[in-house]
Ligand binder design. Structure first.
Ligand SMILES: [Zn+2]
Length: 881
């Protein structure tokens, strides 16, 4: 303890710890913010952030104090007295190691204090001390003790403190460099193991068990290091290693050797067991091997991408989920139809590498060719499938993880919160681009074309498939799970039977759905309401009820708007189903998988923050129309009909709830994000019409474009255009609609003077730059105010590389006069003195108004509806400039 106290008293320790604490609090304070709205700082989030913050500081402390502790006596010239005494070497070694471990563990406790302090500041006082202990302090303490042992060992062997430090720094660097070079197996990464993120739903899941094996393995190795450190401990003035090595056999004869021997046996035994798990029961591949395989897969099979295939029209699945093993067994039947107008000689079936396909047969066909490494088979029909003809595919598969892997342990099949989709447990028809290598440098290095880009918008043949790669089907899914869990799959639940410790539920679709299903199972709390004849349910973790009423409100408001303006909802249920891990939501037929990290812990008590829970709920629900009724073709512009229209739909729902002034806060962030992202585009920025699945274009720019379009041609006109698209394409197979079909529908509903604007928004990359350069107001004799607003404006076209050319601007913009600044503080409707549309041309122009109230602020495009390169200079205070 004496040694520990010395460290705690040293100024360097205090400085390091204060630094770490300040850094942790600063990081934690804004952790998890989405659209500027905070989250409830639950302990899981704190721990995840702490794990990232404290690692390096702990390592620095370990390196520095291991040298100090081991060499302290020597530095003070006391060693000759100390070493001459008859005390055994253990009495130096063990206290020094313990002292260092305690110092390191103290950094964990300081992390906990920083975490709890930040939680308290943010008003979250449910500290969940058990999670701090079990998820953070205990695993951290084991890890820290390992670091202490290594650091002391290195110092015990090195001829002086500085070489010891240098070795530890080299070690620290090597841990980073080696894994980048592909040496990433946990068997030889000191103190490492396999882990996984913590989850409120699933706790540490099976990861705690996996980690324990590695803790025991490295613990045994640590004992070996300690025994060696003891045996090589320097006494007297001997600093050289060689004479000490010569003494080694002598020193190891006795208890020390025995302890070391036992540790060695344990270490070797556990090493074999770990190797069995990571390399025998599971496949181990380095990053480089994986990439080489991806490249080989692409070279062998991408040529089949456009080979005509029959369509799946009916899916029957019987599934057995064992969440605690974890294991999912599936038996299934597909009905295939030849929807092309030529005979089909073959059908191609593929599945993912983690899936074991136990049996797979195609009616009237035999395997003509198989790529075993790529899980890809070509079946040839005895007699080719004629147009309109049906065949069945029957399969049985097992998805499971035996033991643990070196990396990428499943977060999909877990104790509480399984979430898998049919691409993970069932065969898929035909080849697509999923799982191909995308990084340009790696592609080039592996002999692939640098870019893998979608078919051009002009390519008619690309309309044979939709971009999701799923046909329209009817489905009948029966799943059994643990009796205390609820299982959800797309469709209406037609039966739900508990028999012993198993629950079996059956789901039948009541409308055509895309062959893209989710299966989720967990111990859920169920919160439900019925709205306009639709049963709305949130299946959530018992501790995550906070925003559930808001989610149900979002679903209700969305249903009302979408049914009134688009078309009837095709199901009688809408379900939000929570899952652990990740921070996204995904829309399946009548089912929205929603991560525990997204919105369930949002703190939306501040009404000036963006309510992104409603936004996500409305966006996902909108996909029931925009993806699950109308789905884009597999070519440029593919996601406009889904993501961009879901953004528009969500904006409309949000606007009805919160008003236009609030939408501005959201759109301003979307605009900033679009402008930032286009600056970092590595390939080529595309016009919205040709978006190549670039998120900043189909989400951020797409939302801005649709909202501005609505503003310019009116909500009725936009929604009439959307109804046209639905009437023409809903639930229809090939040829799938393109972005061009949406644009044509919009043009048909828009007046002649807006056609050029539609071209600018959808077909070109257009940037506006409007700026208010001066605002004056003078009181008139009649008590009213003469207001003049000077505006400087221009329009630019950008090409894919960002090169800009000026173009004449001739549009109608909002010009507003206000008593407070839009978007700031509690700005509301009452602050609007005047809001008018005025034509704006390129160059400087002065606009004149007469108002009854005294103006304080004025400007052009005050609500940031246009894609403006600088949206902060639109509004100015009166009298400025
Ligand atoms: Zn979406």
């Amino acid at each position: 303890m004496f040694e520990t106290v010395l460290v705690f008293k040293s100024p360097a320790y205090v400085v390091l710890v204060l630094l770490a604490m300040a850094f942790a609090v600063a990081t934690l304070f804004f952790t998890g913010e989405i659209y500027g709205a905070p989250i409830l700082l639950v302990t899981r989030v704190v721990i995840t952030a702490l794990l990232g913050t404290f690692g390096l500081i702990s390592m620095i402390i370990a390196i520095y104090y291991s040298g100090e502790l081991v060499w302290r006596d020597r530095d003070r010239k006391m060693h000759e007295i100390v070493d001459a005494s008859s005390t055994p070497d253990w009495t130096f070694l063990v206290p020094k190691t313990l002292a260092l471990a305690l110092v390191l563990i103290s950094t964990l406790l300081i992390g906990v204090i920083a975490g709890m302090a930040t939680q308290t500041i943010k008003g979250h006082t449910d500290y969940e001390l058990g999670k701090y202990l079990v998820w953070y302090v205990i695993p951290g303490a084991v890890n820290m003790t390992g670091i202490a042992v290594l650091a002391i060992f290195v110092q015990a062997l090195s001829p002086n403190k500085f070489i010891g430090w240098a070795i530890m720094v080299i070690y620290l660097i090597s841990t980073i460099v080696l894994s980048n070079l592909g040496f990433d197996h946990p068997l030889y990464q000191y103190g490492q193991g396999v882990g996984g993120p913590p989850s409120d739903m699933n706790g540490r899941g099976d990861f705690a068990g996996f980690a324990a094996w590695f803790d025991a393995y490295w613990g045994a190795f640590g004992v070996i290091l300690l025994v060696l450190a003891y045996a090589l401990w320097r006494r007297g003035t001997e600093n050289r290693l060689w004479p000490r090595l010569k003494r080694l056999p002598h020193r190891l004869a006795g208890p020390a050797g025995l302890i070391g021997g036992v540790a060695l046996v344990v270490f070797a035994g556990l090493g074999v067991f770990i190797y069995m798990n990571t390399n025998v029961w599971n496949e181990y591949r380095t990053q480089a091997q994986q990439e080489a395989e991806q490249a080989a897969y692409e070279k062998a099979l991408l040529r089949y991408e456009t080979t005509p295939q029959p369509s799946v029209v009916d899916v029957r699945l019987v599934m057995d989920l064992r969440p605690h093993q974890p294991k999912l067994t599936t038996r299934g039947t597909y009905v295939l139809v030849n929807n092309t107008n030529a005979p089909l000689p073959e059908v191609h079936l593929r599945w993912t590498g983690d899936l074991e396909m136990v049996s797979l047969t195609v009616q009237g066909a035999t395997v003509a060719r198989e790529w075993e490494d790529f899980e890809y088979r070509i079946y040839r029909f005895g007699t080719p499938m004629q147009p309109g003809e049906r065949r069945t595919v029957t399969f049985a598969s097992v998805l499971e993880q035996r033991g643990f892997k070196a990396s990428g342990n499943t977060t999909r099949l877990v104790d509480n919160g399984t979430f898998v989709n049919n691409m993970e447990f069932a065969p898929m028809v035909g080849m697509d681009r999923q799982g191909l290598l995308t990084d340009r440098t790696k592609r080039r290095k592996l002999g692939l074309p640098a870019e893998l880009r979608p078919a051009k918008l002009e390519d008619e043949s690309a309309r044979d498939r939709n971009y999701i790669g799923a046909d329209w089907v009817t489905a009948d899914i029966t799943i059994s799970t643990e009796a205390d869990q609820t299982v959800i799959a797309p469709g209406r639940m037609v039966s739900d039977v508990v028999n012993g410790d198993r629950r079996t539920s059956r789901f039948v679709t009541e409308s055509p759905v895309l062959n893209f299903f989710s299966v989720q199972s967990a111990r859920y709390e169920r919160t439900a309401r019925t709205h306009n004849g639709v049963e709305m349910v949130v299946f959530h973790d018992a501790a995550h009820g906070r925003n559930v009423p808001r989610m149900l409100d979002a679903l209700s408001a969305s249903l009302d708007y979408f049914q009134a303006n688009f078309s009837p909802y095709q199901f009688r249920q809408a379900r939000i189903v929570e899952f652990p891990y990740g921070a996204f939501a995904q829309s399946y037929p009548n089912t929205f998988a929603w991560a525990e990290g997204l919105g369930f812990i949002a703190d939306l008590s501040d009404p000036t923050k963006v309510d992104y829970v409603t936004y996500v709920g409305a966006h996902e629900f909108a996909h029931q129309w925009w993806a699950h009724q109308v789905v884009g073709s597999n070519q440029q512009g593919m996601t406009v009909l889904s993501e961009t229209l879901a953004q528009y739909s969500a904006l409309m729902v949000m606007e009805k709830m919160y008003g236009q002034e609030q939408i501005r806060r959201f759109l301003k962030q979307e605009l900033d994000r679009y402008l930032r992202s286009r600056g970092t585009e590595r390939l080529e920025e595309m016009p919205l019409m040709r978006v190549e699945n670039q998120q900043y274009i189909h989400y951020q720019k797409g939302g801005l474009v649709m909202y501005l379009l609505r503003d310019q041609i009116g909500e009725d006109a936009v929604n009439r255009a959307l109804r046209r698209v639905l009437a023409q394409y809903a639930f229809k197979g090939a040829p799938y609609p393109r972005s061009l079909d949406l644009i044509a529908a919009i043009r048909a509903e828009a007046p002649a003077d807006k056609q050029a604007l539609i071209t600018d928004l959808f077909e070109k990359i257009t940037l506006y730059d409007v700026k208010t350069t001066g605002v004056t107001a003078t009181r008139r004799a009649d008590g009213r105010w003469d207001v003049s607003v000077t505006v400087d404006a221009r329009k630019l076209y950008a090409d894919g590389e960002g090169v800009e050319t000026a173009a004449p601007l001739n549009e109608v913009f909002d010009v507003g006069i206000f008593t407070a600044e839009p978007g700031k503080g509690a700005f509301g409707e009452d602050d609007v003195v005047l809001l008018e549309r005025r034509p704006i041309r390129s160059g400087v122009q002065t606009l004149r108004f007469i108002t009854t109230r005294e103006p304080r602020f004025a400007g052009v495009d005050p609500y940031n509806k246009w894609i403006d390169r600088d949206s902060n200079d639109n509004v100015r205070a009166v009298g400025q400039g």
